[in-house]
Design a protein around this ligand. Structure first.
Ligand SMILES: C[S@@+](CC[C@H](N)C(=O)[O-])C[C@H]1O[C@@H](n2cnc3c(N)ncnc32)[C@H](O)[C@@H]1O
Length: 272
């Protein structure tokens, strides 16, 4: 089949693995004003429609992505691709793989996929971690399974009980201290090598641009954590990293079928 659709996608942050986001195709990139990239490729009709469906309404690094396809596709083709994308989205990366794990609706929505929580744990390399917003325990368990010792703080007692139960299911409850309370008051009282914050994103976080002030209690917890040398914050893909000076951003992609090209979150890293 001939590749006769000229596809352009922009703005792509330079720190993003944009080839993974865009998928197969002979992509080339050029730099735009402000250091962002624009990627270009010739794609077949179906691949162009799939990409348009996947990138619709997606913001990364503080800007909504734009896609231009020439000649334009028919509306019916785009609708078919959107339906297929929605079906794939339902098979997205799972949270806990063990069926006895307990989560409530908010816990499920906000749970870090197990494989990604483990990857973060391995990166932490066995240090003492404070998980300031532990939820049902996805990250605390990932850190503990990778050999870290963890202080897990959660303001919601029912969710903290789930985290404790889930840690037992994974056999790591001895590596985690569970504290029910407000991270803003608990964090200053504890020492650690690494602070991890996964704040609630809200049900409808802004797909175009999110900043730290949209993600309470991040700012307050960071202000209370100057004694902790490393800080990691898990934020939505549309977070604008330029609003947190001194941080490095990295995109984490999904790992389940149908999710490998989706940016699940950005990890912002700050060292003192
Ligand atoms: C996005 S969820 C964390 C999900 C978790 N990382 C996981 O993978 O299971 C955020 C959690 O932060 C909790 N939270 C919000 N404000 C808090 C605060 N000030 N102190 C402690 N926990 C807080 C919420 O109750 C919610 O359970």
């Amino acid at each position: 089949m001939s590749k006769n659709f000229d596809v352009r996608v922009w703005p792509l942050p330079p720190w993003l693995d944009w080839r993974r986001l865009l998928g197969s195709g002979s992509w080339s990139a050029s730099e735009q004003a402000g250091g962002q990239l624009e990627a270009r490729a010739a794609l077949e009709r179906g691949a162009a429609a799939d990409l348009a469906a996947r990138l619709r309404g997606v913001g990364i690094g503080g800007s909504l992505l734009s896609i231009e396809i020439l000649p334009p596709l028919h509306r019916k083709e785009l609708r078919r691709a959107s339906d297929e994308e929605a079906r794939r989205y339902r098979e997205r990366s799972v949270g806990f793989s063990r069926s006895a794990a307990r989560v409530d609706d908010e816990g499920r929505r906000s749970l870090t996929p197990e494989a990604l929580a483990l990857r973060l744990g391995e990166r932490a390399d066995g240090v003492r971690v404070i998980d300031a917003c532990a939820g049902a325990g996805g990250n605390a368990i990932g850190f503990a399974r990778a050999g870290c010792t963890v202080v897990a703080i959660e303001i919601n007692p029912a969710r903290l009980a789930m985290a404790r139960h889930n840690a037992k299911i994974y056999g790591v409850e001895d590596r985690i201290e569970f504290i029910c309370g407000d991270a803003c008051t608990v964090v200053p009282e504890r020492s650690a090598d690494l602070l991890f914050i996964d704040p609630p994103w809200g049900e409808r976080y802004d797909k175009a641009r999110v900043t730290l002030s949209d993600l309470p209690p991040c700012q307050q917890v960071l202000a209370a954590a100057r004694h902790i040398p490393r800080r990691w914050i898990k934020v939505p893909p549309s977070f604008d990293p330029s609003t947190l000076p001194g941080s490095r951003a990295e995109a984490f992609f999904g790992v389940a079928h149908g999710d490998e090209r989706r940016v699940k979150f950005l990890l912002l890293e700050q060292d003192s």
